[in-house]
Design a protein around this ligand. Structure first.
Ligand code: ZN
Length: 416
C-alpha cells in the first residue's frame, strides 16, 4: 500500500458534524432521535444520505425493501464490492449514534478516499439497511434478514405496524420501494462500525472493540396456570399461586444464567397477570424469557436447566408451566480473516483494543450467514443505548471510522 494510503485518516470533525447535522431529522428536545423506519423522518435522512453519496460520486440504487446501496467504483469491476454501512432508523426514543455512526462513517470513508484521490482495486458499496430496529415492524434487522433469505419479500411487504399500515404501503409512501430484487447487490465481504451499546470498552478504557462473535438468542413464551381463589379465605398451604410461582421462575432464570456465565444472560422482561384483582390469588400469568450466549453449547445448557427448574417448581407448587421456545438464533461467528483485518487496522493505528462479543443483534449478524462479515465497536457513554441519552465522543467515533477505513482498504486493495 502506498504511503499516502497507509497514513490516511478520516476527517473526524466532518464526521462529527454530519452526525450532529443529520440528528435534526427526527431530533427530540432531549437531544435524541425519533426516526421510526419508513416514516417521514426516515425519508428525510434517506434523501440526505442519497444526495451526499451521489455528491461523493456514488451510484445509489434501492431494492424492493428500501435497502439502499451506493456503489463507489473500483479498478476491478469484475468482483462484488466490499460492503460497509449500517442503519439510519432509530428506536422511538433513540440516540444519534446507534446505526447512524456506521452509516455516516461509511460516507466519511468514501469522502476521505475521494479527497486523497485513491482508487481501490475492488469497488466499495455503502449500505443503509431498512428497519434494523424492529420497533415499528417485526422482525428487527428486517432488510438484512430478507437479503440473506430468512424471510420472503412478500411476507415482509405484508407485515403491518400498530396502525395497520403495511411495509409495502410505507415504502410507497416515502418513495423507497426500489425496483431492484432483494439480494441482487452482492458483496465480497461486509464491515459494520457500531457503538458497543454495552459498558465493557468504557470500563476497560479501550477505544476499539474487535467483534469476533455475536450472541445467540433463545426466546420463550411462558405461562403459569395455577388456580384463582379468594385472597381471604384460601389457606396458604392450599394455594396454587401463579405470581408466587413466577417469582421462583424469575430467580431461577437469574441463577441459571449466572451459573453458566459470564458468557450467558437471562431476562424476564414481560409478565401479565390475567384478570388481576387485589383480593384474588393470581391463577394465570403469561411471561417471556430472553436468554443469550455466544456459545451454542451454553445455549443448550440454558434451555435444559430452565426446563428442569420449571418442571421442579411446577411439580412442587402443583401448577402448570408450559414453555414455548418461539425463537432460537444461533451465535454469530464473524469471519476470522476479517476479524484479524479489523484487529490489525486498530493495532497499526495505535488504538487500544480488545476482542468482544456483540450482546445485541446487528445487520452484520444476518449478513455473516451469507458472506464474510465483521464488526468494529466503539465505546458509548455508560453503555447506554436505545435511549435519548446515548452518547459517544468525537475522538472514539473518529477512531472507529479510521479502523473502518483501513479495514476496508486492506480488503479492497489500492489500485496501482
Ligand atoms: Zn444498531
Amino acid at each position: 500500500m502506498s504511503k499516502l494510503a497507509s497514513n490516511l485518516q478520516i476527517d473526524s470533525a466532518r464526521l462529527w458534524s454530519t452526525i450532529n447535522d443529520t440528528a435534526k431529522f427526527g431530533g427530540t428536545p432531549k437531544g435524541g432521535v425519533r426516526r421510526l423506519t419508513l416514516s417521514a423522518e426516515d425519508k428525510q435522512v434517506r434523501d440526505w444520505f442519497r444526495q451526499a453519496l451521489e455528491a461523493a460520486g456514488c451510484e445509489v440504487h434501492v431494492d424492493a425493501l428500501g435497502n439502499m446501496f451506493a456503489l463507489r467504483r473500483g479498478r476491478d469491476m469484475s468482483k462484488p464490492p466490499i460492503g460497509l454501512g449500517s442503519h439510519l432508523d432509530t428506536q422511538p426514543t433513540g440516540g444519534k449514534f446507534d446505526g447512524i455512526l456506521g452509516s455516516l462513517a461509511a460516507l466519511e470513508v468514501v469522502r476521505t478516499l475521494n479527497d486523497a484521490g485513491i482508487e481501490t482495486e475492488l469497488p466499495l458499496c455503502v449500505a443503509n439497511w431498512t428497519n434494523e430496529e424492529g420497533s415499528r415492524y417485526a422482525p428487527a434487522m428486517m432488510g438484512s434478514a430478507a437479503y440473506v433469505g430468512d424471510f420472503t419479500v412478500e411476507d415482509i411487504l405484508a407485515r403491518k405496524d400498530g396502525e395497520g399500515i403495511s411495509v409495502a404501503a410505507a415504502l410507497d409512501g416515502i418513495g423507497y420501494r426500489g425496483s431492484e430484487a432483494v439480494g441482487t447487490q452482492k458483496f465480497t465481504s461486509f464491515v459494520e462500525l457500531h457503538i458497543e451499546q454495552g459498558p465493557i470498552l468504557e470500563a476497560e478504557g479501550k477505544t476499539i472493540g474487535v467483534v469476533d462473535s455475536g450472541q445467540g438468542v433463545l426466546w420463550y413464551d411462558g405461562q403459569i396456570v395455577g388456580f384463582e381463589s379468594h385472597a381471604g379465605s384460601t389457606p396458604m398451604r392450599l394455594r396454587r399461586d401463579a405470581l408466587a410461582t413466577l417469582s421462583e421462575i424469575v430467580l431461577a432464570v437469574e441463577r441459571i444464567a449466572t451459573e453458566l456465565g459470564p458468557n450467558a444472560v437471562g431476562t424476564i422482561g414481560e409478565a401479565a397477570i390475567a384478570r388481576p384483582s387485589r383480593n384474588v390469588i393470581p391463577g394465570e400469568i403469561a411471561f417471556t424469557i430472553d436468554m443469550r450466549s455466544a456459545d451454542a453449547s451454553i445455549m443448550d445448557a440454558l434451555d435444559k436447566n430452565l426446563r428442569a427448574a420449571a418442571a421442579e417448581i411446577a411439580g412442587r407448587r402443583k401448577v402448570e408451566i408450559p414453555l414455548d421456545l418461539v425463537w432460537r438464533i444461533e451465535p454469530t461467528h464473524f469471519d476470522a480473516k476479517l476479524v484479524d483485518a479489523v484487529q490489525r487496522a486498530a493495532g497499526e493505528l495505535g488504538y487500544s483494543h480488545r476482542r468482544i462479543t456483540s450482546g445485541a443483534g446487528h445487520d452484520s449478524c444476518n449478513l455473516a450467514t451469507a458472506m464474510p462479515a465483521a464488526m468494529i465497536f466503539v465505546p458509548c457513554k455508560d453503555g447506554v443505548s436505545h435511549n435519548e441519552l446515548e452518547d459517544a465522543t468525537e475522538a472514539d467515533c473518529g477512531a472507529g471510522a479510521n479502523v473502518l477505513l483501513h479495514t476496508v482498504l486492506a480488503l479492497a486493495g489500492v489500485a496501482k
